[in-house]
Design a protein around this ligand. Structure first.
Ligand SMILES: [Zn+2]
Length: 369
């Protein structure tokens, strides 16, 4: 359909700017349902709201190139034809005329939260923002992401970034792969490189480069349907031991909830209450300085429930008993073993990797109930 046939409907506009039905899932309702659920459950009333602001050019340039920023700045003034042409340079993303403004607010909101946590004004928090950030790169938009909110937020000395979104945040990896001050952990649907963004460097053996070797941890999900016990097993046997050894000053979470059950992108089976446990486990790091920043999550029901579970835990409520805890599946045990082996030379907590048997992993997971 030609752009001139577009009527004022935002979803239609998104569809045409993107040329891909997949883009129809990154919709404004993702924020409204999450916020409404927080209000309905009384969680919003227990939170301190922090005023949002636009990020400055200097802040955006901490991660992005001047050429890219200047190009994005022109998008509000482009014709729809030009916007479509601009969009087509990148993968799985669309440029709405308002997106530069929204992307500046998403970065600014992330920075307001990080500043509030680092100065002790609040203990922790979540930034509910659109567009998300973790796929965007120095000079490129990607996967609904314009500016890399979390990467820009990682300006402090020793930062742990936990990316529990179901996609690999390759943009974050590229930003910090040679930086030993930022430990980036991402688990992601991979299926032996058959899932987007289909990158060789999303596999477990991309451990970081030069001084940053050992500070990039990728855990590939090589099948769909991962459950709560698979997520917990990766936390217990990969992320947490390394995170404690790293000892961060701040924890940033690329909080994508497309890793929850019912999501059309993730196709995983972990229930929303697992995010209460993941949040709780991370709150013991960095003196509890934790900032979660929304990334993906396209099933509006499990998205809103998962946001509530995360916020409830940040507020100090006890986590519910995780549903359906069995043991981790064979595929996850293999991934855990590969990741630990790839990183054993960098972390003393992984030194004895190779002796870990699947039985031990199952027992530990069982005890965690
Ligand atoms: Zn995602």
């Amino acid at each position: 359909m030609h752009v001139k046939q577009i009527v004022g409907n935002v979803s239609d506009l998104i569809y045409h700017l993107c040329n891909d039905p997949a883009c129809k899932i990154e919709v404004p309702e993702r924020l409204t349902v999450s916020h409404e659920a927080l209000v309905r459950t009384g969680l919003a009333a227990r939170c301190v709201s922090i005023a949002v602001r636009e990020a400055t050019d200097e802040e955006i340039l901490l991660v992005h190139s001047e050429e890219y920023l200047e190009a994005v700045k022109k998008t509000p003034y482009m014709t729809l034809e030009d916007l479509m042409a601009f969009t087509q340079q990148y993968g799985d993303v669309y440029f709405h005329p308002n997106i530069y403004h929204c992307a500046k607010l998403a970065v600014g909101a992330t920075l307001q939260l990080v500043d509030s946590v680092m100065t002790g004004r609040v203990r922790n928090g979540i930034a509910l923002v659109r567009p998300p950030g973790h796929h965007s790169q120095k000079s490129a938009a990607s996967g609904f992401c314009i500016f890399n909110n979390v990467a820009i937020g990682a300006r402090y000395a020793m930062v742990l970034i936990v990316d529990w979104d179901v996609h690999h945040g390759q943009g974050v990896q590229y930003c910090f792969e040679d930086d030993p001050n930022v430990l980036y952990f991402s688990w992601h649907r991979y299926e032996h490189q058959n899932f987007w963004p289909n990158l060789r460097e999303s596999d477990y053996d991309s451990v970081g480069k030069e001084k940053g070797a050992g500070f990039n941890i990728n855990v590939p999900w090589n099948k769909v349907g991962m459950e709560n016990s698979d997520y917990l097993a990766v936390f217990f046997h990969v992320l947490l031991p390394v995170a404690y050894e790293f000892c961060p000053d701040l924890v940033l979470v690329s909080a994508g909830f497309d890793s929850a059950i019912g999501d059309p992108e993730g196709k995983m089976c972990a229930t929303p209450d697992i995010f209460a446990h993941l949040t709780h486990l991370l709150m013991n790091l960095a003196g509890g300085k934790l900032c979660a920043v929304l990334e993906g999550g396209y099933n509006l029901t499990s998205l809103a429930q998962s946001v509530c579970q995360t916020v409830q835990t940040l507020l100090g409520d006890p986590a519910p008993l995780p549903a359906d805890l069995g043991g981790p599946c064979e595929s996850v045990l293999k991934s855990i073993h590969c990741v630990r082996s790839a990183h054993k030379q960098y972390w003393s907590c992984l030194k004895y990797t190779g002796t870990t048997s699947p039985c031990l992993l199952m027992i530990v997971s069982f005890i965690s109930q």
